[in-house]
Design a protein around this ligand. Structure first.
Ligand SMILES: *Cc1c(COP(=O)(O)O)cnc(C)c1O
Length: 379
């Protein structure tokens, strides 16, 4: 049988089946405007899923959620905010929206996330300069929980609020608790390539009902209570639409299945590279960590494998299979070249040797076979 050669994506939207029903319902009841019953329903679904008494505000994107988190925590022009360097730029950009300055911190090798040692070093160094950071943004990269006990202990010790960027980690847990419940404010993303999607969307999650209310107030143009339009502060148009929330409600029904399917993809790669010297698949460092494996990643030891990640990427590309280098650390980005950075070369080393592989919950057996064959051609 000739295999077809359609593109295999890193992570593509995977509908569960009832999305159309929810969207149709929005049309049938003419709730096509933003706001509406699906928004409240989707928020309740997320609150129930996260547990821990969380309150959730559904927003137009994860980036908007991060922006509102910073505003609610009082981050202003001239402030400093600590941010994990190895992440997607959306983690750091909202710091600049507020006129504040990002201070980047290196990763550790076990979870690839913010290193507690460098975090404390950064805080001490900034305090010595008389600059107390206004917030810490830590990220669960590729769904792998960061070292929450250590990071939270440091944030508490220095009394700095923690923003948990859980954009990639819905469905992951740390010591049995869901990612998205660890921050003073946490954020989620439902962009097209994330573990579940609303075609575009995000959420802010918090233990404080008043924080959720503030987020919704700011996200709907900060309208004061008055029959006319009255404003005492600057607002934003950051609310999720009722149509998108309908898609989200259907996606919540399949979230756990999709996490399991992504984890199966990680196992697929662990099996594929089992006897392959110099290739290591990124997996949990201990049973305290449970990753949704949003993306499965490998690291190459070129001396042992004779291959580097770029060679593999180009070979896969020729086979119409998408793969991508790991997130390029923010302190290496041209736009942040003036930013302060605390750490060594851990994230830089990861970026130089790592590769994200197709990880979708919707990859078929045939597609997996194509991936397997493409890799076998390399040895
Ligand atoms: C996707 C993502 C975001 C931003 O979410 P959007 O919904 O795309 O705005 C933020 N942080 C990380 C780590 C992400 O992967």
């Amino acid at each position: 049988m000739k295999m077809n050669n359609t593109k295999i994506w890193l992570s593509s939207p995977h509908m569960g089946g009832s999305e159309q029903t929810f969207v149709d319902e929005a049309f049938a009841t003419n709730w096509v405007a933003p706001l509406g019953p699906h928004v409240n329903g989707f928020e309740q679904d997320l609150e129930q899923y996260l547990g821990e008494g969380m309150h959730v505000a559904a927003l137009s994107s994860g980036t908007a959620a991060l922006h509102l988190a910073l505003i609610i925590l009082g981050v202003k022009s001239g402030d400093e905010v600590i941010c994990q360097s190895m992440t997607f730029s959306a983690s750091a950009n909202p710091i600049v929206y507020q006129g504040a300055t990002p201070i980047f911190v290196d990763s550790e090798l076990e979870t690839w996330n913010m290193c507690p040692i460098y975090l404390e070093e950064a805080i001490k160094a900034r305090l010595a300069k008389g600059k107390k950071p206004k917030a810490i943004i830590a990220v669960h990269l590729y769904g792998m929980p960061f070292k929450a006990d250590e990071i939270i202990a440091i944030a508490k010790r220095y009394e700095i609020p923690l923003i948990e960027d859980s954009a990639e980690a819905l469905g992951s847990t740390y010591k049995g608790k869901k990612c998205g419940t660890f921050g003073d404010i946490s954020i989620l993303s439902f962009n097209g390539n994330k573990i579940i999607t609303t075609s575009g969307g995000g959420a802010l999650a918090t233990k404080e009902r008043s924080t959720k209310e503030k987020a919704i107030f700011l996200a709907t143009q900060a309208r004061d209570k008055a029959p006319h339009y009255q404003h005492s502060s600057i607002g934003y148009n950051y609310r999720l639409s009722n149509i998108c929330a309908g898609i989200g409600r259907a996606q919540m029904q399949v979230l756990d299945d999709h996490v399991q399917l992504r984890r199966n993809m990680n196992q697929f790669y662990s099996d594929l590279f089992m006897d392959w010297e110099g290739v290591s698949v990124f997996t949990e460092p201990s049973s305290a960590f449970y990753s949704n494996h949003w993306l499965s990643c490998i690291r190459m030891d070129e001396a042992l494998s004779g291959l580097n990640s770029e060679k593999i990427r180009l070979h896969l590309e020729k086979n119409n299979i998408e793969s991508r280098p790991l997130w390029k650390p923010m302190h290496l980005q041209p736009v942040f070249k003036e930013a302060l950075y605390y750490g060594a070369s851990v994230s830089e080393g990861l970026f130089a040797t790592g590769l994200c592989l197709p990880s979708g919950s919707n990859l078929t057996l045939e597609e997996k076979q194509r991936i397997r064959v493409a890799f076998k051609q390399l040895v």
